[in-house]
Design a protein around this ligand. Structure first.
Ligand code: PMP
Length: 354
């Protein structure tokens, strides 16, 4: 730390992203990326756009925003495009929380929520999940805090129903409820339609997972026109050109190829179900994931040992050392070939640790 670092950040512990190895020899199942390449339409559009890089991108991101609005069945005024969904989450902490208006989220969820809270000097409450890792919505009723819930949750992949989300919205009419739908396309139901009924709902989604564009950094938020206007105030006060030209073009390209996205999501869901079944057959305990990852533990082998042993065999998964989940590993669902290799390696790991 330099002697110039602001006091306000001295205690900040930054988010730790999953490993991004520089060599490609690993089967990479650790950061929930798509195993499929981006749509051809996205690639061609991004390449063409490189010819215009001397010009700033459209700060309104108009064409892409209109396309996303159409996809979501809402109006242009209800959507804000951001640099990954991490950016809309940070904007939400900036816009809807402060030292007097704290945040609340589950104790086991996306690790960035607490970092954004710390960064923005927002007091926060981590509400414990139940023993089976489900969210007890009673814990969120009328709590007078800005609520952040990932649905499906990460790293469990478990979901809340729209009725349950509606209960949380109804009982917190004066607080914003942020539903982070980064993984919704793999088998959960989006609550975007509820944004028409509840002016306190902000839904965040990303192009990183189902649309194979993690490297392009594209996400968005959907909510009432007033919520989006507030988020735009924050955006124009930090980075008006938050979406670069190539990403914008690729985003439009992939939205012109919805069949490709749907096929990939269906394939991931099939591979998830198959792999989960096979894991259960060899003794793994898994959560009911509706996401593009499987959260699994084995009664005989510790999560850290599984992670390390798989790494030695060329397969990267994610392990969290946090209490309650340190027994588990989170495995991104890949192609069927990758899942076959994973199952083969896991059987060996179990044999080695008998
Ligand atoms: N929310 C959740 C629950 C996530 O797991 C992630 C990915 N790490 C994100 C949001 C952010 O993804 P991105 O910034 O790539 O859109």
């Amino acid at each position: 730390m330099s002697r110039f670092f602001s006091d306000k950040y001295k205690k900040l512990v930054p988010y730790t992203p999953g490993e991004q190895p520089k060599d490609t020899q690993y089967i990479k199942l650790n950061t929930n990326e798509s195993p499929f390449p981006p749509s051809e339409k996205a690639i061609i559009a991004a390449l063409e756009e490189t010819h215009n890089l001397q010009l700033y991108p459209d700060p309104e991101c108009r064409k892409l925003t209109e396309k996303v609005a159409e996809l979501c069945g809402v109006e242009y005024e209800n959507v804000l495009m951001t640099n990954g969904s991490d950016e809309i989450l940070n904007f939400a902490f900036m816009a809807f929380c402060d030292s007097k208006n704290g945040a609340a989220f589950p104790d086991i969820s996306y690790g960035f929520y607490s970092v954004f809270a710390e960064l923005n000097n927002v007091p926060y409450t981590e509400i414990p999940l139940k023993d089976d890792f489900s969210i007890d919505i009673n814990d969120y009723k009328g709590i007078n805090k800005t609520i952040f819930i990932a649905n499906p949750n990460a790293p469990t992949g478990m979901t809340l129903s729209l009725e349950q989300i509606e209960e949380i919205l109804k009982t917190n009419p004066d607080r914003v409820v942020v539903i982070d739908e980064a993984y919704v396309d793999f088998g959960a139901e989006s609550c975007i339609p509820l944004t028409k009924k509840y002016d306190n709902l902000l839904v965040c989604q990303t192009f990183s997972k189902s649309r194979s564009m993690a490297g392009a950094r594209l996400g968005f938020g959907v909510g009432s026109a007033d919520l989006i206007a507030d988020l735009n105030t924050v955006k124009y006060s930090t980075n008006p050109y938050n979406i670069n030209r190539m990403t914008m073009a690729a985003g439009i390209g992939v939205l012109n190829d919805e069949a490709y996205t749907r096929e990939n999501c269906a394939e991931i869901a099939r591979n998830r179900e198959y792999t989960t079944k096979k894991l259960n057959e060899i003794g793994f305990i898994t959560t009911d994931s509706k996401s593009n990852f499987i959260f699994a533990k084995h009664p005989d082998v510790d999560g850290k040992v599984i992670y390390e042993s798989l790494k030695k065999k060329g397969i990267l998964v994610r392990h969290f050392s946090k209490p309650r989940i340190s027994d588990y590993v989170r495995i991104t669902v890949g192609t069927s070939e990758q899942m076959t290799a994973l199952l083969f390696a896991l059987k060996k790991v179990l044999e080695e640790n008998k």
